[in-house]
Design a protein around this ligand. Structure first.
Ligand SMILES: [Zn+2]
Ligand SMILES: [Zn+2]
Length: 141
């Protein structure tokens, strides 16, 4: 099984994701944009057991605005690490955190909230796919 290692911005915290992600893509939701201070979030979703903090675990901060998303970051540099989604049973490791994983996005989610239209031909989910509890509706780019 392949390991993908990555660190926070300063290197104090190291993350290891093992195996292959369940899904990869872009999230356009207001929460991701607000927290990341960016127009879109590139995500890689993993089964929770596949993601471990392998260095600096006591340096990881945690914040849950809602029970659906537990957001984690490095207390030293403020760099974002991952978001746990207990309801979906998946953990989002930001694609930029694990550069050794080839990022191959398959879809866009929460596109109804977009501020940055991307015409890349990938499916644009209005919210999320039905298997993740969403409407499954797709929107025009
Ligand atoms: Zn750091
Ligand atoms: Zn989002």
């Amino acid at each position: 099984m392949r390991d993908y290692k990555g660190t926070c911005f300063c290197g104090a915290v190291e993350i290891t994701a093992s195996g292959e992600p369940a899904a990869m893509g872009y999230c356009h939701c207001e929460s991701c944009r607000h927290w990341s201070a960016g127009p879109v979030n590139a995500f890689t979703l993993w089964k929770p057991g596949a993601v471990r903090v392998t260095k600096g675990a006591d340096n990881v901060g945690s914040y849950a605005k809602t029970p659906n998303s537990i957001r984690k970051w490095c207390r030293t540099c403020g760099g974002h690490l991952l978001t746990e989604h207990p309801g979906m049973g998946l953990t989002d490791v930001y694609a930029a955190i694990i550069p050794t994983l080839k990022f191959e996005p398959g879809l866009h989610v929460h596109y109804q909230e977009t501020v940055l239209h991307l015409r890349d031909g990938l499916p644009k989910q209005k919210d999320v796919p039905t298997e993740l509890g969403g409407s499954g509706v797709t929107l025009a780019e």
